[in-house]
Every structure is written in C-alpha cells, then in structure tokens.
Design a protein around this ligand. Structure first.
Ligand code: AMP
Length: 453
C-alpha cells in the first residue's frame, strides 16, 4: 500500500498529515499528488469526501514553500469554490496542512461585511480561497490582484456551472497570468466541464475516482415506497428506531426544509435547517450544533449541503428524491466518509418513481427495497420500462399521478422494473444548468449567486 512519503511529500507536510491522523493516501491523493509536484495540470473527477482537498492543497503548499518570493506577499495560489461552506472548509484544511509553514491564507465570500477581508488582503496573502462573486467584487474595487497567481484551483466545477458561475469563471481566468499551474476538480464530467477544462488546462493528467467506484459501495442503500403524506411519519419512526445521532435529511425545497424542522420538533427531534436563505450566522450555528452533537439532524437542500465536511454522519435520508440523479450520489456521499460505512434511505412517492429510474441508471444498479414498514405503497414503484424523469400526464404537463397501485402487483423486496437503461431522457439523463435551477435553491443567476455568496 502506498504511503504519503512515497508520494514525494516533504517532511514538514508528512508531519502535518500525521497530526491529522491520515495514515494512507486516498486514491485521489495517490494519483494527483505526484503529477502536481512535477508541475503538471490535473483534472480530477472526485467529489467531496474523497480527500480531494488534501490532494490539491498538499502539493500546492509544498511547491509554494520551496521558493518564497522576496518582498510583500502576493496571491500565489487562488482556489475558487462555489459555496461559502466549502470555501471555509478548504481554507480550514490549508490552515491545518500549512501549520508549520510561513504561508498566509484567507477565505473570502459574500454575504458578510467585506472590510475584514479587505484588511487581510491589504496585509498580504499567499493563498486565497474565494467564491467567484466576492472575488470579482473585490477585484472590481481594486482591493485584489490575481495577476501573479502561480496555482489556480477550480473546485466543484460542475456545481459552479450549475449555479451559473461560468461567466464569472471566464472573467477570472482572463485576469490570471498565462504561466501557471491549473487544477480542476469536479464530481462529474459532463460535456460542459470537459469543454471548460479544455479551455484552460494544459496537457492535464486525468484522475478519475468517480463515486461509482469510490463511495457508493460502502454505503448501505435502501429505497422505501410510500405516499407523500406518510413521509414525515416514516422519517420520525426511523430516526427514533435507529437512534440517529448524526443524520442529514435532504428536501427539494427550502420551504420544505423549514417545515420539516418544525414538524420534527413537534415529535421531539432536535433538527436545524441549512439552505441558501439562511443567514451565514444561522448556517454556522446549525453546522456547529451538528458537529458537536447537540443537533442530531440537519435538514438540507442540495446546494447548501455541498461540501458539508462533517465526519461520522451515519444516516442520510433522501426525504424527497432529487430530480438530478447526480445529486443522489452527492447526497449519499455525505455518509461513509474517510473509510467509514453508512446507511442511506431514499423515500419515493408516486410522483418520484421516474427520478428513481434515473438514479438507478446512473449508479448502474437497483437500490434494495425495504418494504417492511407500515407505509409501504406499491403505487410508488416504477412501472416496467418507465423512463427516467418527472412523471407527466397526457397533456404533457408535469403532474402527480394517482391510483397507480390499481395496475400493480406487489413486489415484496425486489422490483425489477427499473432495470438500468440507456440514459438521456428529458429529465433524468443529464444535468444541466437549467435543470438544476429547478431545485430548491432556485432563482435567477444573480439571486442564486447572492444566496451563496
Ligand atoms: P475532502 O474530500 O477533501 O472534503 O475530505 C474528506 C475528509 O477526509 C476530510 O475530513 C479530510 O480531513 C479527510 N481525509 C482526507 N484525506 C484523508 C486520508 N488520507 N485519510 C483519512 N482521512 C482523510
């Protein structure tokens, strides 16, 4: 088995890694660190939870520490991240890994007073982690200069595009110097990302640890068919029966998340919501309570949950099935982090069976059905040959179907009718900016940016 030493890391970083308790590099680290240390560009297909932050932060720190320029500090490494939470977590990782180095780092994002950020910039920085909106705002105001950047990291590139950041990214790239090392990480590799990668990476090494191989197998997945109206009761029952200490519940909308928190509270389950409409203070408080164990349940929308880096999450509940199949993989990847195992429940009502078909196509297998619960509803099971995506009525408008159970046979613990098929239907087969904007954290690009900054 490879160890960190054989990847070419310096003693100072080996010490940092050791004090973090890492003994073995993860696959993305094993494959990315050597080419990055050689100065190559890297295109990494890896989601949060695979150890990708260390995969880029360690080599970048090592090269930066080799030769330090004289004079006032300037931004030598720029990391772009789609959300505040992820940006803060990346910065926190840089802090941990660079503890014994004389390198200054800082995170900037919107939604908070810019003055402390401006002051930090004025003092001089080596590494800047930023969300695109605030970065461009501060560049526009003349507080920030990225023309001497040596390392450019674009993290969660697919989510960046989903959130409508493509123009901002293009603007940032135009401001960077030609000579630099580039790193792009993305959980998925749709055509739009391949195109973006091609536009600024040079002869990049491709590292692919996509979730199919990585996390999904360590996660015990279960699908439960039921009526929408029964979801809350089933959730309460599962949380209580399994004495969930640290679980995330995913809802499709922000409103749904708020409502569910209230309902859980009525059932004496302490929960907090985290989504784009929450203030930064409220999000930080919710995450802190979740991390220290005082709040066992976090109710989240997809966008807000991206990059939540909390270890020891034992349960993920897909309270609403996501309409983007990739979101399912991201969601369940919140559990089973860093070698641990976890359980992921998915609730599927009769309007969501098409989403389930899309998800099963993406992960390439059927999710085992758990039917031994009081709310099992055969009307929610996908029909044989059902296409992925939202169920539509005859007029073509999206509508929740009714009484589907009249035509169905009970299927007990297995359902063979959603066998993986070729992908590429209206809704379930691909991800795209417009589609994802139909989700909970929806809104115009500007609104979206504002809510994430
Ligand atoms: P990331 O994908 O960068 O968000 O990392 C996910 C989690 O794995 C973080 O909590 C890291 O601290 C942890 N981690 C990263 N690399 C390793 C490793 N080699 N061994 C154990 N844990 C790790």
């Amino acid at each position: 088995m490879t160890d960190f030493q054989s990847l070419g890391l310096s003693n100072i970083l080996l010490r940092a890694v050791e004090s973090e308790g890492y003994t073995t590099p993860t696959p993305v680290q094993e494959q990315s660190i050597p080419p990055l240390l050689e100065g190559r560009d890297v295109l990494g297909v890896a989601q949060t939870g695979t150890g990708k932050t260390a995969a880029f932060a360690l080599p970048v720190l090592q090269i930066m520490n080799r030769k330090k320029p004289q004079g006032k500090r300037f931004i030598r490494a720029l990391v772009l991240s789609p959300t505040r939470e992820l940006a803060a977590q990346i910065d926190e990782r840089f802090a941990a890994y660079s503890e014994h180095m004389d390198l200054r780092h800082r995170v900037i994002f919107g939604g908070v007073n810019q003055n402390p950020q401006v002051r930090a910039l004025q003092k001089g920085l080596d590494i800047l982690v930023a969300t695109p909106g605030r970065l461009l705002d501060l560049i526009g105001q003349g507080h920030l200069d990225i023309t001497r950047v040596e390392f450019f990291v674009l993290d969660e590139a697919d989510r960046m595009l989903d959130m409508g950041f493509i123009r901002d990214i293009e603007k940032v790239i135009k401001l960077l110097p030609k000579q630099r090392q580039n790193l792009l990480f993305s959980a998925t590799m749709p055509k739009s990302i391949a195109k973006l990668a091609g536009s600024f990476l040079n002869n990049a090494v491709m590292v692919d640890v996509s979730p199919k191989e990585m996390t999904v197998d360590r996660i015990q997945q279960k699908i439960m068919f039921l009526r929408k109206a029964d979801k809350r009761r089933l959730l309460v029952q599962l949380i209580k029966e399994e004495r969930v200490q640290r679980g995330i519940v995913f809802t499709r909308t922000k409103h749904g998340a708020n409502r569910l928190v209230k309902q859980l509270d009525q059932s004496n389950i302490s929960a907090a919501a985290i989504h784009g409409n929450k203030s930064q203070g409220a999000r930080t408080k919710a995450l802190a309570g979740f991390k220290d164990g005082t709040i066992p349940i976090l109710v989240a929308t997809d966008i807000a949950s991206r990059g939540i880096d909390v270890d020891g999450i034992t349960h993920v509940f897909n309270y609403d099935l996501p309409n983007e199949p990739e979101s399912y993989v991201h969601r369940i990847g919140r559990t089973a982090r860093a070698g641990k195992s976890g359980i992921a429940y998915a609730f599927c009502d009769d309007s969501e069976s098409g989403y389930l078909v899309g998800i099963q196509q993406l992960i390439g297998k059927e999710i085992p059905v758990q039917s031994n619960h009081p709310f099992h509803f055969i009307g929610a099971i996908p029909k044989p040959g059902q296409k992925p995506g939202k169920i539509k009525d005859k007029s073509g408008t999206k509508k929740r179907p009714r009484n589907q159970n009249q035509n169905r046979q009970p299927r007990g613990n297995s359902h063979r009718n959603s066998r993986p098929q070729k992908r590429g239907n209206d809704n379930g087969g691909h991800r795209g900016g417009n589609q994802s904007r139909g989700q909970g954290d929806s809104g115009s690009r500007r609104n979206r940016n504002n809510s994430q900054r």
